[in-house]
Design a binder for this molecule. Structure first.
Ligand SMILES: Nc1ncnc2c1ncn2[C@@H]1O[C@H](COP(=O)(O)OP(=O)(O)OP(=O)(O)O)[C@@H](O)[C@H]1O
Ligand SMILES: [Mg+2]
Length: 283
């Protein structure tokens, strides 16, 4: 399966919150670069205040950097106007934010369904897809509960189902397993890994939990505004890069024009291969 190596590409990104009358200037991200291949699950680990949410906001087009480029699926977000950014977020990105913002007067089912309304998904499909998603996070028996009738971890899982409702190509999740017990933590991780593999969804998950980050395909740590891949991640990215160059070289070699065939001397039959007939097994 062909994948885009630079599905997410950050180049020398800096984000500073300026000084105000009440607050000092904060450099949340300091000249960071990052690449995440398509269909991979990347973890970002870092202490409180290290810039993790700031990073997700830039990746999802919720905020813009002071300098540097944020490229998602070949699109430089700096070149999108406000309306295009809104469309990008609504149709391409799923967010699981730290505070879930479920609407209190709507059931779990309705909260997930509602997310699909702006993208004009027909109502019967919305209902069925919402049920399937809630089932996949283990909430089939809580469809008609209001958020106030759900535990913290259950609300978190409704928020995950909602983030997946519009079949995003990018899922950004801020501590998506923070409130979950071991069983549900692993169930959500397995769901993420499956969606990354099968649906080629690229995911960035912020976590404090090393048991979560270790299971992700790639791991980055953020400290004092600097982002670094772990050794395992650098190695894996280098291997993927080498594999991609090998495939490119092979494709280039195969694309060389074939030598001109010798002219068939008079009196000899042409021995061109026949087209296979229906039912033949192609090599
Ligand atoms: N709107 C803002 N104005 C000024 N400073 C901000 C703003 N938002 C965040 N910061 C500061 O930027 C730094 C990074 O914040 P961010 O929310 O990205 O951290 P985080 O790693 O997500 O932390 P946590 O794990 O606690 O959620 C923090 O020191 C924070 O105080
Ligand atoms: Mg945060």
């Amino acid at each position: 399966m062909k994948i885009t190596l630079d599905f997410i590409r950050l180049r020398h990104v800096t984000k500073t919150y300026p000084k105000t009358k009440e607050t000092e200037e904060v450099t949340a991200l300091d000249n960071i670069s990052l690449r995440i291949p398509e269909g991979h699950l990347a973890a970002v680990v870092g202490e409180s205040g290290s810039g993790k949410t700031t990073l997700l906001n830039l990746l999802g087009g919720l905020d813009r950097p002071d300098s540097g480029a944020v490229i998602v699926n070949g699109e430089d977000l700096a070149e999108l106007g406000e309306r295009e950014l809104v469309r990008f977020r609504a149709s391409r990105v799923g967010f699981v934010i730290q505070t879930y913002y479920l609407l209190p007067a709507l059931t779990a089912w309705e909260n997930v369904e509602l997310a699909m309304e702006p993208n004009r998904v027909p109502s019967s499909e919305r209902r069925e897809r919402a049920r399937e998603l809630l089932k996949s996070v283990g909430l089939e028996s809580r469809l008609n509960h209001l958020p106030g009738q759900l535990s913290g971890g259950e609300q978190q899982r409704v928020a995950i189902a909602r983030a997946l409702a519009n079949r995003p190509i990018l899922l950004l999740a801020d501590e998506p397993t923070g409130n979950l017990d071991k069983k549900n933590r692993y169930a959500v991780l397995e769901l993420f890994l499956r969606l990354a593999r099968e649906n080629k969804i690229t995911m960035v998950v912020v976590t404090h939990d090393s048991r979560v980050s270790e299971r992700c395909d790639l791991e980055y740590s953020l400290k004092n505004g600097k982002l670094r891949p772990t050794n395992r991640t650098s190695k894996k990215l280098a291997e993927m890069q080498a594999e991609a160059s090998r495939s490119r070289d092979m494709a280039a070699a195969n694309a060389q024009p074939l030598a001109r065939p010798e002219p068939v001397p008079d009196g000899y039959e042409s021995c061109d291969r026949e087209e296979p007939t229906k039912g033949d097994i192609m090599p």
